[in-house]
Design a protein around this ligand. Structure first.
Ligand code: AMP
Ligand code: TRP
Length: 357
């Protein structure tokens, strides 16, 4: 795409499109259905209307014990999946977080503006650290949300150059981290002058929390779900179909939406509705009197139709690692340009001496 028609080219002018920034950890062999519906699908659609920055957050991935070779592999697989889902490196800046050192630098500055108690109230930290035990909980896990705030604010538009939004597409579980990011942006602005646009969480209405197929009251999650409860984007069609056919449904046989009494069917209806773009009411009408069997069979087909092409494209992209590396280098160049400019302002405002020549 020629430079003049890309959204980035108009950055800084009155007509500049809003910014979008999001990140995802490379901590699994595949993304799952919850990631796709809660976040990644929005990443793809927002690249057309926003100046878009999307990163695979490998610095976040080392906040818990990890295997280096596996991390490297999963980072590439994560990038390949994002491209296979439709992110286009000509329209969006796709990059790896550790390629842009300013993320860690801004995180340090923001950590000096964050209260210890404030960080201690983050529910995701409390959940994760209770699983790790005090001995296994790193300081990095504690400051994780501050690094996330840095990821976002580095790509803030300049608030003195007119109104321009900064949006962050994520699932419901990230709402608290986004609130902290807003607080830190406002605190920095208050102390050091207008520097950051407080970001807005962009959380999808119907699919912000997809639940486990076997435990429909729990979030579908790579760390907590059993293999039967989670649908991986890169899963083979056979097992994928089986998992949906075996998803826990509730007593009775009516396909109706009822969060309290029918959490299993309700989750499946949400998935169906989000993937097909049909309202839940229309689906209830379509399956009136037909029982769970037909409903699940059709849903399995809709899931397969969505993920089979993504799986095939991912495998193809992974066949040419050099090409992936080239795309990531281009993404890192573009991300570094913006991040370096933001950091220069931050250093100046905080009072660091400019390095002489
Ligand atoms: P994670 O897998 O926890 O690293 O999450 C990556 C992204 O997917 C974040 O934006 C989450 O909010 C979103 N996400 C994770 N699990 C779910 C889920 N079960 N339902 C909806 N969104 C989710
Ligand atoms: N904490 C996010 C998650 O668990 C991942 C993340 C890191 C992120 N940095 C980000 C999300 C910046 C949005 C913006 O999903």
């Amino acid at each position: 795409m020629p430079e003049a028609s890309s959204p980035q080219a108009s950055a800084g002018t009155a007509a500049a499109p809003p910014r979008v920034l999001s990140g995802i950890q490379p901590t699994a062999d595949s993304f799952h259905l919850g990631n796709y519906l809660g976040a990644l699908r929005q990443w793809v659609s927002m690249q057309d209307t926003h100046d878009a920055f999307y990163c695979v957050v490998d610095l976040h991935a080392i906040t818990v014990e990890h295997d280096p070779a596996l991390l490297r592999r999963r980072t590439k697989v994560a990038v390949a999946q994002l491209l296979a889902m439709g992110l286009d490196p000509d329209r969006a800046t796709v990059f790896v977080q550790s390629h842009v050192p300013e993320h860690a630098e801004l995180a340090w500055v923001l950590s000096c503006l964050t209260g210890f108690g404030e960080a201690g109230r983050m529910t995701q930290f409390k959940d994760k650290s209770s699983k790790q035990g005090t001995g296994g909980t790193s300081v990095g896990l504690f400051t994780y949300p501050i690094l996330q705030a840095a990821d976002i604010l580095l790509y803030s538009p300049d608030p003195t150059q007119g109104e321009r939004a900064l949006r962050v597409p994520v699932g419901e579980d990230q709402r608290q981290h986004l609130e902290l990011t807003r607080t830190l942006a406002q605190r920095f602005n208050h102390r050091f002058g207008d520097t950051f646009v407080p970001p807005e969480a962009h959380i999808p209405a119907g699919a912000a929390k997809i639940t486990d197929l076997q435990e429909p009251d729990a979030k579908m999650s790579k760390s907590a779900s059993s293999p039967q409860g989670i649908i991986d984007v890169l899963e083979e069609p056979g097992p994928m179909r089986k998992k949906i056919m075996r998803a826990v449904t509730d007593t009775g046989s009516d396909v109706v939406y009822d969060e309290e009494k029918k959490a299993g069917v309700t989750n499946l209806l949400r998935i169906y509705s989000a993937l097909e773009g049909t309202s839940v009411q229309d689906l209830e009408r379509r399956y009136e009197g037909s029982g769970y069997g037909q409903f699940k069979k059709d849903l399995a087909q809709v899931v397969l139709d969505t993920f089979t092409p993504i799986r095939e494209r991912t495998l193809k992209l992974l066949d040419d690692e050099e090409q992936l590396d080239r795309l990531l280098a281009k993404g890192a160049d573009r991300a570094c340009e913006v991040a370096a400019a933001t950091m220069e302002t931050v250093r100046e405002r905080v009072g660091f001496v400019r390095r002489g020549r």
